[in-house]
Each structure stands twice: as C-alpha cells, then as structure tokens.
Design a protein around this ligand. Structure first.
Ligand code: BG6
Length: 640
C-alpha cells in the first residue's frame, strides 16, 4: 500500500534568522512583505531572534525606513487596525541601508550589516535573501551577492525570487542557469503567490485527505475539468508591463499551472517537499504539446475593447490604456484546451481560461463528473437531461468547496432539483485574511520549499505554452479587440467548448443575479435555488435567439450586449440591453413566442429552462405572483 502523507500542525515560531530584502524601498515591501511580516508577528510566528535588513536605491537611514514603513503599514495592513504593540516589536527589528546594485562596495557593507545584525540577535546561520527587484537586475545582483560571500555564508542561506521567471522558454532557461551558477537548486525559492492562498493549498489537502473522491479521480468518471481565473479589472497603471506580457505569461503559465498540478497530479507518497514537487513536475511533463497546426483549434485569444465596468461606468479599450501600444496585439484573454497523456487522464480535456476586464472576478476550478448511464428510467432530472455532478473549488473571492447534486424536492411527487452542498471557509474557520505571503515567508525561514517552484516545473510550464506564444507572435490577431470590457470574453472561447458538446460553467452568485431588475428584490431562498439552474449562452451579432410563434420554453437574461424584439409584422418593438430579460411570458403564461428576438451585437446571455424555473418559483407563491406582475407590467415591451 502506498504510504499516505501525514499532515502536521505548525503553530511554532519560525526558525531564527535574518530576512534580507533587496529592493526594500519598492512597492512589494510595503504592500505585501511588511503586512505579511506583521501578520506573522501578530500570530506569534516570528521568533525573538529575527530581523529584517533592507537594501534599496533610496538613500535613507534605518530610522527613516522604519518611519516610512510605519506610515505605509496603516494603508496596507490586512487586519483592519494595526496592532501597535506587535508593530513596535517588528519595527525595532527593521534595518536599512541605501545602495546601488552595481556598486560592489554596497554589497560588502550589506554583508557587514547582515552579519552584525545576526550576531546581535543570535540569528546567525539562517539567511534569507529576497530579490524584490526587477528581473533585469537578477544576474547583476546575484553576481554581487556571490562576490560579497553571501553564497558561502555559514549555515542555511536561501534566495527568494519573484516572478516573472523569464518571458519564454529560452529566457527562463537562461535565468535558471544564471541562478544555478551561484546557488544550488535547494537554495532557490521561486515564489508563485497563488501557492500562498489557503484555497490553493486546500486543493492538495482535499485530494490527500478525502479518500471518497480518490476512486473517481480519473477520466472514466470525470468528463472534463475547467480552471477559470477571471478579473474585472483592466490593466490600469500596469500597461507598460502588461503589453510586453499578456495573459499567458501573466496568469496561465504560472498561477493556473500550479492549480492544475494540484488538481491533476498523482498523489505524492508523502508531504516531503521533494515528493510533492516531483508529483507536480511529472504532471506537467504529461501535458500533450500543442502542435503549431493545432493552436488555432485548441487556443483562443482575446483583447478587450471599450465597454463597461462592473459598476456600469465606461471602460476604455485595452489599446487606449496608458502605456499600451495603440496597435497592440497583446492578448488580455486566453482560453486553452489541454490534454494530459497519462493513464489517469488520457482522453479527458482540461479547459483553462483567464482574462482582464471581464464580467466577474472569480477563480474557480470545476470538475465535471460524467452522468450515471445506468440511472433507472423515470428519474427526471432538473434541466431535462442527466448531467453529471459538479465539484467546484472556489478559490476566490468566495472561498470554499461545493458539490452540485440533484436533490428530491420537498413534496408528494418524486421531482428533482439542482442543489449545492457548500463548504464555506468563513463558516468553519476564523482565520484572519492575510496577504498570502505569510506562509511563504514562514516556510522559507524554516527551509521548507514545498510551496516554491523548482527549475523543472518552471521550464515544463514554459514548454507547454511556447508553441502558443510562437504561433500568436507570428500571426497577429486579425479581430482585436474581440470582446467588450465587462463581457465574458470572445465568442470563440464559448465555441471552444460548445464544439466539444460542453459549455463553461459560469459560477454565479447572488450579487451577479441582483444586477438584473427581475431578481433584484427576490428573496435569497429563491435565488439560491435558481443560481445552479442558469446556463450561459454567448451569441454572435445577428443570431436569432427566439423565433415568433415558437413554443420553446426558456427565459433569457442579458449580461452583455443588445438585442432587438421584432413583431410578426417585421416591425421593431424595442431594444433589450444589459440587465434586461426576455422570454418570461412563454415561461410564466405558457404562450407561444410573440416576437422574434435577435442579437444586434455580440451577447452574453444566461438561460433558464422554463420547467425548472416554474418548479422553483411555484414553491413561493408570493414570489411567483410578483414575477407575474413584473411580466404583466412589461407586456408589450418585447411584443409578448
Ligand atoms: C499577478 C498578475 O501575478 O496576479 C496580475 O501579474 C494579476 O496581473 C494577479 O492581477 C492576480 O492575483 P490575485 O491574487 O488577485 O488573483
């Protein structure tokens, strides 16, 4: 029998040591590292023997550095108010010196400051060097650290490197070689901040410790997996960086690959860092390479045009963002189908998507199980056809795990309805929200590399996407911008799945539904029931969504786009825009369609099966009456 890893609790303070931050006067230190250190100090997870030595290009004394951090922590602290006693404790351990990265003397002085500080607090023999600097300086700073003897310091020494680890396979290899010229692999800690997220670490916990899923975790039982990381923000002030980067380099090659590895890897034999990292790397090695000829079929790229933000205010097109090339072809959205060629997953696709300026912010992993082909006749599932269960890992902003099932509705008939079983982190744990960097700093101080990326992982991840990057660089997108800011992304992303007989699972929440007036006042019990029942439908401009006279029975909600309602006589009855709905008369009053509704722009719609809608609202007579009243009031607006 394979030995199973044993999880251990780790509430002890980290090992004594000195954290040296190169680039300490920059953004990362004040926004993430200091708040994370304060959180660790509040949780008593830093030892008495610990110190932070910063070096940066700004010239200031340690006193001035402390005063600056004291001001900034008030802005960036994640716990509401700053615990003054704990901050005082941490602040007294902060040291700083100004220095230019090309000045060898600066590194000699830094070495002296680190040695003196460590000796004074009894923390010699554990040095953590954090490169909070642009990758352009990595090679130079490494050389300087080496010359000043940091690579030969007594005891444990480690170097933490922030992404990006290169911008393609060749530059990643070169970067790794330059790091490995000075540090052995086990001393290099490459950060991917997604591994600092509780919900991402929980992917591993879920798989290791919930054996009931283990027999089902393969292509025989799972139809496909979707990993989505969508953002509502555009590139904002980061145009200069983003325009050289794009979503594959920014999100997919790193963060999404980390999540996919946890979900799909073979279980490691133990929680030993080498076992976990071996398992992840092996999984990436099993990804089928996308041949240049297949890129167009397996990958969709997008770039946002002008549109609306989630709050309804106007959003500019990507090409009009500051510091972005007005002719840019950089992708702000990508959807990709991958295959894993190993015994567990052969034949099963994994769909990935990520983008900026989209309809909703959410990172979710959806595991779609296959339906039970043996279900006895007479079981009439909600939604009409048997669909498999969904297991949803909610990474953020909602944090939890959910299983979508069919349940018997209360009452005298054997009728089914979709329902969700939800584990919500907030219901079970009282953990203060952190920055995600707490666990990373804590692990690095303790010499635990589990949550850091190894050379082989980083390079395998680049290998997977290099053909896509090459192909896209060689053939600029003809149709950019191809989605409106605030939409679901390009239509082709939807087609990528519909061609395979599948669709994206848009994981909705009550706030999203409440954007539609029809639901704004509906009680949460009704909304909870309706949420799993919606099906997304993206259509091109010109598509007829409902046809006058048809007897179909579905109701539509417009998330993005515009449609026209045209009467049987061909006269336009009205226009339908975002937040509006149509088709309610057929659903509520069992009538044939009175008008044809056609998209006059690309549209993102949510569709509700009439039968399912009635099953739900009929349990709530007051709500059903209210929906009918709203519908009656609108009678005629869409020709219904
Ligand atoms: C960063 C990217 O790595 O991750 C950003 O550079 C992106 O563009 C961010 O917005 C997303 O992180 P999170 O933690 O907000 O999901």
């Amino acid at each position: 029998m394979t030995p199973r890893p044993v999880a251990t609790s780790s509430a002890q303070p980290a090992a004594p040591g000195v954290l040296v931050i190169l680039g300490a006067s920059g953004d990362l230190t004040k926004r993430l590292l200091m708040p994370a250190l304060l959180n660790l100090a509040c949780d008593r997870l830093l030892p008495e023997g610990c110190a932070v030595v910063g070096m940066g290009r700004d010239v200031m004394t340690s006193e001035e550095f402390r005063a600056r951090q004291r001001g900034d922590i008030r802005k960036f602290c994640t716990r509401g108010t700053v615990d003054e006693e704990r901050w005082g404790w941490l602040e007294s351990r902060l040291h700083y010196m100004g220095g230019e990265f090309d000045d060898p003397d600066a590194f000699v002085r830094l070495r002296r400051l680190v040695d003196d500080t460590a000796a004074a607090i009894g923390a010699a023999g554990n040095t953590l060097l954090y490169l909070a600097i642009s990758p352009d300086f990595f090679a130079l700073v490494n050389q300087q650290l080496d010359t000043a003897g940091f690579t030969r310091m007594k005891g444990a020494r480690r170097i933490i490197v922030e992404k990006p680890f290169g911008r393609d396979l060749d530059s990643a290899r070169a970067l790794n070689q330059s790091l490995l010229a000075h540090w052995p692999e086990e001393e290099i800690y490459r950060i991917d901040h997604y591994l600092g997220k509780e919900t991402v670490q929980n992917l591993l916990a879920f798989r290791l410790a919930n054996g009931m899923f283990a027999p089902l975790w393969n292509a025989r039982h799972i139809d496909h997996i979707q990993i989505s990381a969508t953002e509502t923000v555009g590139v904002e002030t980061r145009g200069g960086y983003y325009d050289r980067t794009g979503v594959i380099r920014d999100m997919i090659q790193n963060h999404i690959m980390q999540m996919m590895a946890y979900v799909c890897m073979e279980l490691p034999a133990s929680l030993d860092p080498a076992d976990v990292r071996d398992a992840k790397s092996r999984l990436l090695s099993s990804v089928r390479m996308i041949a240049a000829d297949d890129v167009a079929d397996a990958c969709v790229r997008g770039q946002y045009g002008a549109g609306k933000k989630a709050d309804g205010s106007p959003a500019v097109a990507y090409r009009d963002e500051p510091a972005v090339d007005p002719q840019s072809n950089t992708e702000t959205f990508a959807a990709i189908r991958l295959h894993l060629d190993n015994d567990r997953w052969r034949g099963m696709p994994v769909y990935l998507r990520s983008g900026k300026s989209l309809w909703k912010r959410g990172t979710e992993i959806v595991v779609q199980f296959r339906p039970d082909e043996q279900a006895p006749a007479g079981v009439d599932p909600a939604g009409g056809e048997a669909v498999g269960n969904l297991l949803v890992f909610h990474i953020q902003p909602f944090q939890g795990v959910e299983i979508r099932i069919q349940a018997k509705r209360p009452g005298t008939t054997f009728t089914l309805q979709r329902a969700g079983m939800r584990f919500d982190y907030a219901d079970s744990f009282d953990a203060a929200r952190g920055t995600g960097y707490e666990v990373l700093l804590y692990s690095a101080l303790n010499g635990d590399p589990t949550l850091f990326s190894r050379t082989d992982f980083v390079e395998s991840a680049w290998e997977i996407f290099q053909p896509v990057l090459d192909s896209w660089a060689a053939t600029p997108a003809a149709d950019d911008p191809n989605y409106a800011a605030g939409g679901w992304g390009p239509l082709a992303a939807s087609t990528l799945l519909t061609r395979d007989g599948r669709h994206w699972h848009e994981i909705l929440n009550r706030d999203l539904l409440a954007r539609t007036p029809f639901f704004a006042e509906a009680p949460s019990l009704v909304l909870n029931n309706l949420l799993p029942a919606f099906r997304p439908l993206a259509v091109a401009s010109g598509t007829t969504v409902v046809e006058a006279g048809a007897l179909d029975d579905e109701m539509y909600f417009v998330c993005r786009g515009e449609l026209e309602a045209v009467g049987a006589d061909g006269v336009r009855l009205g226009l339908l825009g975002e937040g509006e709905f149509f088709g309610e008369m057929a659903v509520l009053f069992d009538q044939p369609r009175a008008a044809t509704v056609r998209a006059t722009a690309p549209c993102d719609l949510l569709v509700l099966d009439g039968d399912e809608f009635r099953r739900i609202v009929n349990d709530f007579p007051a709500v059903a009456a209210e929906f009918r009243r709203i519908a009656e009031e609108r009678r005629g607006v869409n020709g219904e």
